[in-house]
Design a binder for this molecule. Structure first.
Ligand SMILES: Cc1ncc(COP(=O)(O)O)c(C=O)c1O
Length: 392
């Protein structure tokens, strides 16, 4: 007996064609300044799936990948990715040996890290590749200006031992979303000073600084390599959709109607009865809630947040009452809605559905947090590609 394929109860649908389009666009911007492109695929590709996104990005013009942890880098290697990968945030007791053995570049900001990386190079019997990070004004990781001279001198000694390649000097921007903010230029000047210091003692590193926003708006800060993350996924950090740069959002969050029922006027809906049916109406139950990544604050509440809408049966409709752990209720009026019908919570906006940015704005946050927030085991991920098979 063959059973009919059943659509998942909830899924993040990832359009690799959109990823490819966005990376082509970003790497064309970088190439105009002579810079290469590192697609940032940390946090499981911002929730889109690190390995498929990495493969699509590399096929579309990126030549580097960026991740946060060594585990993320090794997951890419295990997925068959051989391109250069930079991993940038580790704990003091992390073992660098598997990363060095796998040819993963490491962000280094302290003498302690440098010693651990040197030990890993000895253990792996190959030179470690590092990007020395200078804190130019974000005050997160990165060496301070006071620590920098010692770090550079110590690195040069390990280079002389044949145990180290200093691939780059790099930093991260604090105000990239405001392209004219004076701190951007100050950070670039500090990066230049740090780089000069490394060059003066004989190192030959590249420089990199720009995230998505700076890749799109500050070509003068592209240096040798740009590191876009959010824009790879089609979410424009410089303004609301549709993106003025032509970025295409790659993630659609959708589910299916679990149950439909006709309700009389005057019935309270969901916990606390924040919403009461004003007239007889049809309610559709969707099997997703805050445990699946639908923030509870998006439901109707006396606080006035809320305003969540879904695309269902050809138009957007309001979610009524509180968002529960596993379910939400949609008011469909007198329209005929079928059980099992698809409902889109957010997507590119091209069919009128809400976007991740709409959710972020209602919540007072950023779209980064929305797309990385679909973490429930009940939300499956479906990756698809409009390109013919074999195309990269
Ligand atoms: C060091 C570093 N570079 C680049 C990026 C990419 O930033 P964005 O997603 O804003 O392009 C990030 C993300 O936070 C990062 O931490």
């Amino acid at each position: 007996m063959t059973s009919k394929p059943v659509a998942p109860r909830a899924e993040a649908v990832i359009d690799l064609t959109a990823i490819r389009h966005n990376v082509e666009l970003l790497s064309a911007l970088a190439a105009r300044s002579g810079a290469a492109t590192m697609a940032v695929v940390k946090a499981d590709g911002y929730g889109h799936g690190a390995v498929p996104v990495a493969a699509a990005a590399l096929g579309a013009g990126a030549s580097w990948l960026g991740v946060c942890t060594i585990a993320e880098a090794l997951q890419l290697r295990a997925g068959g990715i051989t391109a250069p990968i930079l991993s940038w945030l580790d704990l003091p007791d992390d073992d660098y040996t598997p990363a060095v053995a796998a040819g993963v570049d490491l962000g280094v900001a302290t003498i302690r890290q440098l010693a651990a990386v040197r030990a890993a190079a000895v253990a792996a019997d190959r030179p470690a590749r590092v990007h020395l990070k200078i804190d130019t004004g974000l005050s997160r990781n990165g060496a301070t200006a006071a620590e920098w001279p010692d770090l550079v001198v110590a690195s040069a000694k390990v280079v002389a031992e044949g145990l180290l390649d200093v691939v780059a000097v790099w930093s991260h921007l604090a105000h990239a979303d405001s392209p004219c903010h004076p701190v951007l230029d100050r950070q670039a000047a500090r990066l230049d000073d740090a780089w000069r210091r490394a060059v003066e003692i004989g190192l030959r590193p590249m420089r990199h600084l720009a995230n998505s926003a700076a890749t799109m708006t500050r070509p003068d800060l592209h240096y040798d390599l740009v590191r876009p993350g959010i824009a790879v996924y089609g979410l424009d950090p410089t303004g609301p959709p549709p993106s003025r740069f032509g970025l295409r959002p790659a993630m659609t969050f959708r589910t299916r109607v679990a149950l439909v029922k006709r309700m009389p006027a005057g019935e309270g809906v969901s916990y606390g009865h924040e919403w009461v049916t004003p007239v007889e109406t049809t309610l559709a139950l969707l099997p997703v809630g805050y445990a699946d990544g639908v923030p509870r604050r998006l439901g109707s509440q006396p606080s006035g947040v809320g305003g969540l809408r879904v695309l269902l049966g050809g138009r957007t409709r309001p979610v009524v009452g509180r968002v529960c752990m596993d379910q939400i209720v949609v008011d469909c009026g007198d329209d005929p809605i079928l059980e099992g019908e698809p409902a889109v919570l957010f997507g590119s906006g091209s069919q009128g559905e809400p976007t991740a940015r709409d959710w972020a704005e209602a919540l007072g946050t950023i779209h980064y947090e929305i797309v990385t927030g679909l973490r429930s085991a009940r939300v499956s991920r479906t990756v698809f590609d409009r390109e013919p098979l074999g195309a990269t």
